[in-house]
Design a binder for this molecule. Structure first.
Ligand code: ACO
Ligand code: LMR
Length: 260
Protein backbone atom coordinates (compact mmCIF):
# COMPACT_ATOMS: atom_id res chain seq x y z
CA UNK A 1 0.00 0.00 0.00
CA UNK A 2 1.15 3.51 -0.70
CA UNK A 3 1.75 5.70 2.31
CA UNK A 4 1.05 9.41 1.96
CA UNK A 5 3.49 11.63 3.83
CA UNK A 6 3.34 15.39 4.07
CA UNK A 7 6.58 16.76 2.60
CA UNK A 8 8.99 18.17 5.17
CA UNK A 9 10.47 20.77 2.87
CA UNK A 10 9.61 22.24 -0.50
CA UNK A 11 12.31 23.20 -2.97
CA UNK A 12 11.90 25.18 -6.15
CA UNK A 13 15.52 25.42 -7.31
CA UNK A 14 17.20 22.07 -7.78
CA UNK A 15 16.73 18.34 -8.14
CA UNK A 16 19.39 15.66 -7.66
CA UNK A 17 17.27 12.57 -8.13
CA UNK A 18 18.43 11.83 -11.68
CA UNK A 19 21.96 10.98 -12.77
CA UNK A 20 23.11 14.56 -12.22
CA UNK A 21 21.85 17.75 -10.56
CA UNK A 22 19.42 19.95 -12.41
CA UNK A 23 19.52 23.65 -11.59
CA UNK A 24 16.07 25.13 -12.06
CA UNK A 25 15.50 22.20 -14.39
CA UNK A 26 18.68 22.46 -16.46
CA UNK A 27 21.14 19.52 -16.24
CA UNK A 28 24.57 20.72 -15.04
CA UNK A 29 26.44 18.90 -17.82
CA UNK A 30 24.26 20.45 -20.49
CA UNK A 31 24.91 23.91 -19.07
CA UNK A 32 28.66 23.22 -19.19
CA UNK A 33 28.61 21.81 -22.70
CA UNK A 34 26.58 24.70 -24.04
CA UNK A 35 29.10 27.23 -22.72
CA UNK A 36 27.35 28.50 -19.58
CA UNK A 37 29.53 29.57 -16.64
CA UNK A 38 29.49 29.99 -12.85
CA UNK A 39 27.50 33.28 -12.95
CA UNK A 40 24.74 31.45 -14.86
CA UNK A 41 24.57 28.85 -12.09
CA UNK A 42 24.27 31.73 -9.60
CA UNK A 43 21.43 33.16 -11.69
CA UNK A 44 19.60 29.82 -11.76
CA UNK A 45 20.04 28.98 -8.07
CA UNK A 46 19.57 32.48 -6.61
CA UNK A 47 16.98 33.92 -8.97
CA UNK A 48 15.63 30.95 -10.98
CA UNK A 49 16.63 32.83 -14.09
CA UNK A 50 18.87 32.03 -17.05
CA UNK A 51 20.79 35.29 -17.15
CA UNK A 52 22.22 36.82 -20.34
CA UNK A 53 25.88 36.74 -21.41
CA UNK A 54 26.15 40.40 -20.52
CA UNK A 55 24.70 39.91 -17.04
CA UNK A 56 27.03 36.93 -16.52
CA UNK A 57 30.02 39.08 -17.46
CA UNK A 58 28.98 41.72 -14.91
CA UNK A 59 28.67 39.08 -12.17
CA UNK A 60 32.02 37.55 -13.08
CA UNK A 61 33.66 40.97 -12.75
CA UNK A 62 31.95 41.63 -9.40
CA UNK A 63 33.31 38.32 -8.13
CA UNK A 64 36.83 38.96 -9.40
CA UNK A 65 36.94 42.44 -7.89
CA UNK A 66 35.66 41.43 -4.46
CA UNK A 67 37.39 38.05 -4.00
CA UNK A 68 39.88 39.45 -1.50
CA UNK A 69 41.09 42.70 0.04
CA UNK A 70 44.17 41.66 1.97
CA UNK A 71 44.69 40.29 5.49
CA UNK A 72 43.70 43.37 7.52
CA UNK A 73 39.94 43.46 6.94
CA UNK A 74 37.58 41.92 9.51
CA UNK A 75 36.80 38.76 7.52
CA UNK A 76 40.31 37.78 6.47
CA UNK A 77 41.74 38.70 9.86
CA UNK A 78 39.24 36.45 11.63
CA UNK A 79 40.02 33.54 9.29
CA UNK A 80 43.77 34.04 9.75
CA UNK A 81 43.38 34.20 13.53
CA UNK A 82 41.44 30.92 13.43
CA UNK A 83 43.89 29.25 11.04
CA UNK A 84 46.75 30.16 13.39
CA UNK A 85 44.82 28.67 16.32
CA UNK A 86 44.81 25.36 14.42
CA UNK A 87 41.14 25.52 13.48
CA UNK A 88 40.06 23.60 10.36
CA UNK A 89 39.17 25.06 6.99
CA UNK A 90 35.40 25.16 7.18
CA UNK A 91 35.30 26.61 10.71
CA UNK A 92 38.01 29.18 9.93
CA UNK A 93 36.16 30.28 6.82
CA UNK A 94 32.95 30.39 8.85
CA UNK A 95 34.73 32.64 11.40
CA UNK A 96 35.58 35.03 8.56
CA UNK A 97 32.10 34.87 7.10
CA UNK A 98 30.58 35.72 10.48
CA UNK A 99 32.32 39.12 10.25
CA UNK A 100 30.35 39.97 7.12
CA UNK A 101 27.69 42.31 8.42
CA UNK A 102 26.38 45.88 8.37
CA UNK A 103 29.81 47.52 8.52
CA UNK A 104 31.97 45.09 6.59
CA UNK A 105 30.86 43.43 3.34
CA UNK A 106 27.31 42.79 4.43
CA UNK A 107 25.87 46.15 3.50
CA UNK A 108 25.02 45.01 -0.02
CA UNK A 109 21.44 43.93 0.63
CA UNK A 110 20.53 47.08 2.56
CA UNK A 111 22.34 49.33 0.08
CA UNK A 112 20.29 47.76 -2.71
CA UNK A 113 17.11 48.01 -0.65
CA UNK A 114 17.46 51.73 0.13
CA UNK A 115 18.80 52.86 -3.27
CA UNK A 116 15.88 51.02 -4.89
CA UNK A 117 13.44 52.60 -2.42
CA UNK A 118 14.76 56.03 -3.35
CA UNK A 119 14.57 55.37 -7.09
CA UNK A 120 11.09 53.79 -6.89
CA UNK A 121 9.86 56.79 -4.92
CA UNK A 122 11.63 59.29 -7.19
CA UNK A 123 13.40 60.78 -4.17
CA UNK A 124 15.91 63.59 -4.54
CA UNK A 125 19.34 62.93 -3.01
CA UNK A 126 18.86 65.44 -0.19
CA UNK A 127 15.46 63.98 0.62
CA UNK A 128 16.98 60.47 0.62
CA UNK A 129 19.82 61.49 2.94
CA UNK A 130 17.40 63.20 5.33
CA UNK A 131 15.20 60.09 5.32
CA UNK A 132 18.19 57.83 6.04
CA UNK A 133 19.50 60.05 8.82
CA UNK A 134 16.10 60.17 10.50
CA UNK A 135 15.04 56.54 10.07
CA UNK A 136 18.02 54.31 9.34
CA UNK A 137 21.46 55.64 10.30
CA UNK A 138 24.61 55.42 8.19
CA UNK A 139 23.77 54.97 4.52
CA UNK A 140 24.63 51.36 3.60
CA UNK A 141 26.98 51.33 0.61
CA UNK A 142 28.55 54.67 1.48
CA UNK A 143 31.82 55.19 3.36
CA UNK A 144 35.15 53.44 3.69
CA UNK A 145 37.75 53.21 6.43
CA UNK A 146 40.72 53.85 4.12
CA UNK A 147 39.38 54.68 0.64
CA UNK A 148 38.39 58.27 -0.10
CA UNK A 149 38.23 60.90 -2.82
CA UNK A 150 42.02 61.28 -2.49
CA UNK A 151 42.61 57.52 -2.34
CA UNK A 152 39.90 56.20 -4.69
CA UNK A 153 38.79 52.58 -4.77
CA UNK A 154 39.91 51.28 -8.16
CA UNK A 155 37.48 48.34 -7.88
CA UNK A 156 34.57 50.75 -7.80
CA UNK A 157 35.90 52.83 -10.70
CA UNK A 158 36.47 49.66 -12.74
CA UNK A 159 32.98 48.27 -12.18
CA UNK A 160 31.21 51.60 -12.71
CA UNK A 161 33.25 52.24 -15.89
CA UNK A 162 32.41 48.82 -17.29
CA UNK A 163 28.69 48.94 -16.52
CA UNK A 164 28.38 52.49 -17.87
CA UNK A 165 30.07 51.35 -21.11
CA UNK A 166 27.20 48.92 -21.74
CA UNK A 167 23.97 49.87 -23.37
CA UNK A 168 21.76 49.28 -20.31
CA UNK A 169 19.64 51.44 -18.03
CA UNK A 170 21.22 51.86 -14.57
CA UNK A 171 18.84 53.98 -12.46
CA UNK A 172 20.10 52.66 -9.11
CA UNK A 173 23.76 53.07 -9.99
CA UNK A 174 23.11 56.58 -11.30
CA UNK A 175 21.31 57.46 -8.07
CA UNK A 176 24.08 55.95 -5.92
CA UNK A 177 26.66 58.05 -7.77
CA UNK A 178 24.57 61.16 -7.13
CA UNK A 179 24.42 60.27 -3.44
CA UNK A 180 28.21 59.90 -3.41
CA UNK A 181 28.62 63.39 -4.87
CA UNK A 182 26.81 64.87 -1.88
CA UNK A 183 28.24 62.67 0.90
CA UNK A 184 31.86 62.75 -0.33
CA UNK A 185 31.69 66.53 -0.54
CA UNK A 186 30.74 66.56 3.16
CA UNK A 187 33.45 64.11 4.18
CA UNK A 188 36.23 62.79 1.97
CA UNK A 189 35.79 59.08 2.82
CA UNK A 190 32.03 58.97 2.34
CA UNK A 191 32.45 57.52 -1.14
CA UNK A 192 30.32 54.91 -2.87
CA UNK A 193 31.98 51.70 -1.66
CA UNK A 194 32.25 48.19 -3.12
CA UNK A 195 29.11 47.01 -1.31
CA UNK A 196 27.10 49.98 -2.56
CA UNK A 197 28.37 49.72 -6.11
CA UNK A 198 27.68 46.03 -6.51
CA UNK A 199 24.29 46.49 -4.85
CA UNK A 200 23.21 49.21 -7.26
CA UNK A 201 24.42 47.28 -10.31
CA UNK A 202 22.78 44.03 -9.18
CA UNK A 203 19.45 45.76 -8.53
CA UNK A 204 19.73 47.34 -11.97
CA UNK A 205 20.11 43.91 -13.60
CA UNK A 206 17.18 42.57 -11.62
CA UNK A 207 18.58 40.47 -8.78
CA UNK A 208 16.30 40.15 -5.75
CA UNK A 209 17.24 42.31 -2.75
CA UNK A 210 17.52 39.33 -0.41
CA UNK A 211 20.16 37.69 -2.61
CA UNK A 212 22.51 40.68 -2.71
CA UNK A 213 24.74 40.00 0.31
CA UNK A 214 25.28 36.58 -1.25
CA UNK A 215 27.46 38.14 -3.92
CA UNK A 216 29.95 39.46 -1.36
CA UNK A 217 29.78 36.29 0.72
CA UNK A 218 30.38 34.07 -2.31
CA UNK A 219 33.22 36.16 -3.71
CA UNK A 220 35.01 36.75 -0.42
CA UNK A 221 34.88 33.03 0.39
CA UNK A 222 37.48 32.63 -2.36
CA UNK A 223 39.81 34.94 -0.46
CA UNK A 224 39.06 33.44 2.95
CA UNK A 225 39.96 29.97 1.71
CA UNK A 226 43.14 31.45 0.27
CA UNK A 227 44.10 32.98 3.63
CA UNK A 228 43.53 29.69 5.46
CA UNK A 229 45.62 27.71 2.97
CA UNK A 230 48.30 30.41 3.05
CA UNK A 231 48.67 30.22 6.86
CA UNK A 232 48.63 26.42 6.76
CA UNK A 233 51.35 26.34 4.07
CA UNK A 234 53.52 28.58 6.24
CA UNK A 235 52.85 26.50 9.33
CA UNK A 236 52.01 29.75 11.14
CA UNK A 237 52.15 29.95 14.93
CA UNK A 238 49.33 30.81 17.28
CA UNK A 239 48.57 34.53 17.32
CA UNK A 240 48.44 36.33 20.64
CA UNK A 241 47.80 40.06 20.65
CA UNK A 242 50.75 42.10 21.97
CA UNK A 243 50.09 44.11 25.14
CA UNK A 244 51.26 47.31 23.48
CA UNK A 245 48.35 47.06 21.05
CA UNK A 246 45.91 47.25 23.95
CA UNK A 247 44.87 50.29 25.92
CA UNK A 248 44.47 48.75 29.38
CA UNK A 249 41.84 51.05 30.85
CA UNK A 250 40.68 48.74 33.64
CA UNK A 251 41.21 49.88 37.30
CA UNK A 252 44.76 49.46 38.64
CA UNK A 253 45.50 46.36 40.69
CA UNK A 254 44.00 46.84 44.18
CA UNK A 255 43.41 44.92 47.35
CA UNK A 256 40.28 42.81 47.54
CA UNK A 257 38.23 43.94 50.62
CA UNK A 258 37.18 41.34 53.18
CA UNK A 259 34.04 39.47 52.21
CA UNK A 260 31.01 40.88 54.08
N1 ACO B 1 26.46 57.42 5.98
C1 ACO B 1 26.43 58.59 6.67
N2 ACO B 1 27.41 58.98 7.51
C2 ACO B 1 28.46 58.16 7.64
C3 ACO B 1 28.54 56.93 6.96
C4 ACO B 1 27.49 56.58 6.10
N3 ACO B 1 27.49 55.42 5.43
N4 ACO B 1 29.69 56.32 7.29
C5 ACO B 1 30.32 57.13 8.15
N5 ACO B 1 29.57 58.24 8.36
C6 ACO B 1 29.92 59.36 9.23
C7 ACO B 1 29.76 59.00 10.69
O1 ACO B 1 28.45 59.26 11.14
C8 ACO B 1 30.78 59.85 11.36
O2 ACO B 1 30.28 61.15 11.46
P1 ACO B 1 30.78 62.14 12.64
O3 ACO B 1 32.26 62.31 12.42
O4 ACO B 1 29.95 63.34 12.43
O5 ACO B 1 30.48 61.39 13.91
C9 ACO B 1 31.91 59.88 10.35
O6 ACO B 1 31.30 59.64 9.07
C10 ACO B 1 32.98 58.84 10.62
O7 ACO B 1 32.33 57.61 10.84
P2 ACO B 1 33.09 56.30 11.31
O8 ACO B 1 32.08 55.28 11.69
O9 ACO B 1 34.17 56.62 12.29
O10 ACO B 1 33.81 55.89 9.98
P3 ACO B 1 34.58 54.56 9.74
O11 ACO B 1 35.75 54.89 8.91
O12 ACO B 1 34.83 53.79 10.96
O13 ACO B 1 33.44 53.76 8.93
C11 ACO B 1 32.31 52.30 7.59
C12 ACO B 1 33.62 53.03 7.82
C13 ACO B 1 32.08 51.32 8.75
C14 ACO B 1 32.41 51.56 6.28
C15 ACO B 1 31.15 53.31 7.56
O14 ACO B 1 31.37 54.26 6.56
C16 ACO B 1 29.80 52.67 7.38
O15 ACO B 1 29.21 52.20 8.34
N6 ACO B 1 29.27 52.61 6.11
C17 ACO B 1 28.02 51.99 5.83
C18 ACO B 1 28.15 50.50 5.81
C19 ACO B 1 28.88 49.99 4.57
O16 ACO B 1 28.58 50.37 3.46
N7 ACO B 1 29.83 49.07 4.79
C20 ACO B 1 30.57 48.44 3.71
C21 ACO B 1 31.96 49.01 3.57
S1 ACO B 1 32.79 48.35 2.10
C22 ACO B 1 33.23 46.76 2.51
O17 ACO B 1 33.21 46.38 3.64
C23 ACO B 1 33.61 45.82 1.43
C1 LMR C 1 36.97 44.98 1.57
O1 LMR C 1 36.75 44.72 0.39
O2 LMR C 1 37.23 44.10 2.42
C2 LMR C 1 36.94 46.37 2.02
O3 LMR C 1 36.56 47.30 1.11
C3 LMR C 1 36.95 46.68 3.42
C4 LMR C 1 38.24 47.37 3.74
O4 LMR C 1 38.33 47.93 4.84
O5 LMR C 1 39.16 47.36 2.93
Amino acid sequence: DEVMVAPLIRTTISDDRGDEPCYDGYPASELINKGYEIPHVVGLLWDKRLISKQEAEIIKRIMMLSADHGPCVSGAYATILAACAGIGLSQSVAAGLIMIGPRFGGAVTDAGRYFKYAVDNKMAVDEFLAHMKKNVGPVPGIGHRVKSLRNPDKRVKELVGYVKSLNIKTPCLDFALEVEKVTAAKKDNLILNVDGTMAAVLVDIGFPIDSLNGFFILSRTIGLIGHWVDQKRQDSRLIRLFDYLVNYAAPKRREVPPLK
